[in-house]
Design a protein around this ligand. Sequence first.
Ligand code: XMP
Length: 513
Amino acid sequence: MPNQKVLVLDFGGQYNQLIARRVRECSVYCEVKPYTMTLDEIRAWSPIGIIFTGGPNSVYDPAAPHIDPEIFTLGVPILGICYGCQLLAQGLGGLVTPAQDDSAREYGKTETFYDTSCRLFAGLPSEGISWMSHGDYMARIPAGFTLAAHSAACPNVAICDEERGFYGVQFHPEVNHTENGLAMIRNFLYGVCGAVGDWTMGDFMKESVAAIRAKVGSGKVLLALSGGVDSSVAAALLAEAVGSQLTCVFVDHGLMRKDEGDEVEAAFAPWDINFVRVDAEKRFLARLAGVTEPERKRKIIGEEFIRVFEEEGKKIGRVDYLAQGTIYPDVIESGLGSAATIKSHHNVGGLPDFVDFREIIEPLRLLFKDEVRSLGRELGLPDYLVNRQPFPGPGLAIRVIGDITKEKLDLLREADYIFRDEIAKAGLEGEMSQYFAVLTNMRSVGVQGDSRTYDYTLALRSVTTSDFMTADWTRIPYPTLDRVSTRIVNEVPHINRIVYDITSKPPATIEWE
Ligand code: XMP
């Protein structure tokens, strides 16, 4: 039995993939397609429901994207969001105009009142915050529709025609700021479209595997594996799909955490792929010797990485596909233009075209981070890989402050391992987004076993954040900090002092360099 499908018709809004993600979260398969999809194509696709997305235009502008009104005769329920709501209203005989006065334009969090007898809001509180972003106004709603929600400024925040299964909301139920937004989408899917919830990440995996096989045929695929969650999951998915046609190049730059390189290698043992682990520690450390400036470190590591990858690529010869673990937030970020550079982030994604290949494939392009993790689990990757906290491309090089030596890296690896171990033992992993140790280049006087020491100060850093753009320091319980500190000074030589970083971002950043 094929899965039930929901069609998200894209009118250019910024949250379109988020809508798709919410539908998938409700265990219903969906795809985002351009609004230019023809009626015949839509019929052939046979969705159980259609969602019109938001968009930047005004429906009364003749040049704005429109839709063939025949779509309203298909007998398929429709949910219009923001621009999609206005399109629905206009297409069915309503009137949309620019908001006459400022009060009818709404942006941001808005107190909203819902009619809970409408199926879209059934079982939900009758008041809540919704996230608005519209400057246009439905001056007349179409015949057959009733008002289903209002705000202080706007009498028709939501409209519905329950008989035909048409719903329109001026706000964005897909964003987290809208209270119960996911429940509204669920109501549309289950209460209106008759969804049964027959889609799982396992289905996504099977479909992706089939699609990759169809595309790649007998071609060769090359992937740069960093050991991070995204490239690991992409590698596992490709391994599942094309097995020995896949070559993964894992550049071990010697700047990983304790045991990380071996863990990555072990995780891919179950698949019959060409796994190339390049031990490049010496050349990375040679190039980094004496370098103290953080941006310079990043540049060197980025360049060296490409050089190593290029050399390996040449050994393989021509490949057909270069695969990348790009995920959806990367796609959004790259579309937003350039913000001021605080740090030049180096990722193994975005490799330039130095390897001879025909096409790039990005099998995770439509997924959000937690979907990537759940796909990884579905593929059988171990938890330590799938749940890995973010780790910067330049690795421990930017956590050894000042110049980098193998000895310092080894100290840091041990201390960082103890910190992570104690956090795991205390069951605190879920409360922090990223936590790690930093080896400062400061030394201070201490006393150990009746002797004077003059050794390194190690800093512990832990932050809690949802977007990594801003972050707060984690209130780690004192007993845990105490255990970490005691263990590190006892178990790791040349560290005699531990400090805990209690700065938020901003003004600090998460990493020290
Ligand atoms: P900052 O230090 O800028 O870090 O507050 C924000 C997030 O980005 C990670 N980070 C990097 N990730 N390459 C990466 O892939 C890098 O060069 C890099 N620098 C920082 C950092 O660990 C945090 O999650």
